[in-house]
Design a protein around this ligand. Structure first.
Ligand SMILES: *[C@@H]1O[C@H](CO)[C@@H](O)[C@H](O)[C@H]1NC(C)=O
Ligand SMILES: *[C@@H]1O[C@H](CO)[C@@H](O)[C@H](O)[C@H]1NC(C)=O
Ligand SMILES: *[C@@H]1O[C@H](CO)[C@@H](O)[C@H](O)[C@H]1NC(C)=O
Ligand SMILES: *[C@@H]1O[C@H](CO)[C@@H](O)[C@H](O)[C@H]1NC(C)=O
Length: 490
């Protein structure tokens, strides 16, 4: 009897996972992004059947067509003002970025995410005027396109739109400066049958406050739980989420649906950003999702979009060096750490990735360390390529001076696609080698070889020959260059 019940329970969990599936964010700020078809396969292989895009990437939206994966399409903040000021701009945005993909490729678009954390305090009210009008125009355009029932518009909010007045979840309310605006937005979203979306980051709570109790960031109990009336909170994720629930109750919306738009843990670029912590956090989170666990105030579980699928080496590091390391997978789709998906399976890596040649650019084995040109050469390499793994407490932070310099030069060489001359420009201090310089053995430090973007393009073009190609490859390369230039200014 008990065994049958157990089997039943397993089946129910399995079925609910299969039915509900897992949800994840797909970033775009990568110098060498995985090709769209490989991304879609990677999502499917790992049971992710909901994906959130930060912008309407045509190649990805096309590859997601008839994949069985539900899609949320984002609108970047810099489009909010034009979309707010003109209904016809919203109509054409929906036409080009939603309707086309739904009708032509069968892409299962369910949500449009208007802006990205537009009310973040650090934006200094830059998007406060435009966000709500843009939301209204996009919603109207969706209805006009006949998609009003199927596709809902919402705004990805940062958790700083609300605060716990007395430090407890039950004291939640909207931030005073945007309270009236938020109430209007919630009413609008609710009237349209759309969900609210909030991003919750326990890692950032820990990063921002040296006195934050580490175990309260994770899911396996806390030495110092927070008591809120009769409720005991043992992790900041639940406490933060319930602060939002209280906020909504207090303002007259006890039942509006909530989606967690982003949550995750980075693996590099800060002493608390490492493989062990990331695995512990994400496994705890996945277990909750698989069990269908809610929070003390909302027992029914929300949709939770993990952040993110892969690392992004061209992301702004203004918030911190960890920003480029949120992936469950490295930039090339390689698994970082084992993660159980329930049903006895672990996540699996990307298949069919084509790399550049197995060669690296490193310091010559002798001399050079006291060369006057060395510091500036390293600086130049790192202002173009990603050296965020070299910092204190990061994966390559323990390298000696020679390997440290090699890491910087190799990142430059790889980011430049191993182009001729790109390893020779460092004052005769470097050589190209075919021996992997990664420290190996227990070190998480990787001397990368980049993806061969050109080879993937060729393969894609030949496999879609005859079909109408959606990729304007020249434009794609201009975008990558632009991203690199932007990133080079940091
Ligand atoms: C979406 O549509 C607009 C036209 O309204 C266009 O300017 C934009 O480039 C499209 N693509 C993306 C990624 O937003
Ligand atoms: C999943 O990963 C864990 C940890 O490495 C390992 O012990 C387990 O055997 C793996 N399971 C499968 C099915 O591969
Ligand atoms: C390694 O490189 C980083 C970034 O260039 C630098 O800040 C650090 O001081 C270097 N460490 C050593 C041991 O050379
Ligand atoms: C470059 O360095 C090598 C030794 O590593 C030396 O033999 C050679 O003369 C140098 N070339 C220049 C142009 O300085």
């Amino acid at each position: 009897m008990r065994i049958i019940f157990a089997i039943y329970a397993v089946l129910i969990v399995y079925q609910s996972l299969e039915a509900e599936g897992l949800a994840i964010n797909l970033g775009t700020r990568s110098s060498h992004p995985l090709p769209a078809d490989i991304v879609v396969k990677l999502l499917k292989d790992n049971g992710f059947n909901k994906v959130k895009l930060f912008e309407a990437q045509p190649d990805v939206l096309q590859a997601l067509g008839k994949s069985g994966i539900q899609v949320m399409v984002g609108i970047p903040n810099d489009l909010l003002a034009p979309l707010a000021s003109s209904v016809s701009a919203a109509v054409s945005w929906v036409q080009q970025n939603v309707s086309t993909f739904v009708s032509k490729y069968g892409t299962d678009i369910r949500y449009v995410a208007v802006g990205n954390e537009p009310f973040l305090k650090t934006y200094n009210n830059m998007f406060v005027q435009s966000t709500f009008p843009a939301l209204k125009n996009i919603q109207a355009a969706l209805i006009k396109a006949g998609l009003g029932q199927k596709v809902k518009a919402t705004i990805p909010l940062n958790a700083d739109v609300y605060e716990a007045i007395n430090g407890l979840p039950s004291g939640g309310d909207f931030r005073a400066d945007i309270k009236d605006l938020m109430v209007s937005i919630v009413k609008f979203v609710n009237d349209n049958g759309a969900p609210l979306m909030v991003n919750i980051y326990p890692f950032l709570s820990l990063y921002a406050d040296a006195n934050f109790p580490v175990d309260y960031a994770f899911f396996d109990g806390s030495a110092a739980p927070v008591m809120d009336g009769s409720i005991t909170y043992t992790n900041v994720f639940e406490a933060n989420y319930d602060t939002f629930v209280s906020t909504l109750e207090k303002n007259g919306f006890p039942n509006v649906e909530i989606i967690v738009g982003e949550v995750g843990w980075p693996t590099d670029g800060d002493p608390n950003a490492n493989l062990q912590y990331a695995r512990k956090f994400n496994q705890g989170l996945l277990d909750r999702i698989i069990q269908g666990k809610g929070t003390p105030k909302r027992p029914s579980p929300p949709d939770i979009y993990l952040f993110a699928l892969t690392d992004e080496d061209a992301k702004s590091i203004e918030p911190g060096k960890f920003e480029r390391h949120w992936g469950l997978f490295y930039f090339d789709g390689v698994v970082k750490y084992p993660l159980g998906l329930g049903n006895g399976r672990n996540i699996t890596g990307a298949k069919g990735v084509k790399y550049l040649e197995r060669k690296w650019c490193v310091m010559k084995p002798e001399g050079g360390l006291s060369d006057v040109a060395l510091p500036q050469d390293i600086n130049n390499a790192c202002s173009y390529a990603d050296c965020t793994s070299l910092g204190y407490g990061s994966s390559c932070g323990a390298l000696d001076a020679r390997s440290n310099a090699s890491y910087a030069f190799n990142m430059y060489y790889q980011t430049m696609d191993q182009r001729k001359g790109s390893c020779e420009q460092f004052h005769n201090l470097t050589i190209v080698t075919s021996i992997d310089p990664s420290p190996g053995q227990g070190s998480a430090c990787r001397f990368e070889i980049m993806i061969d973007v050109g080879k993937h393009e060729q393969r894609r073009r030949s496999s879609s020959a005859g079909k109408r190609s959606y990729c304007n490859c020249f434009f794609g390369h201009v975008l990558i260059l632009l991203a690199l230039m932007t990133f080079g200014t940091f």
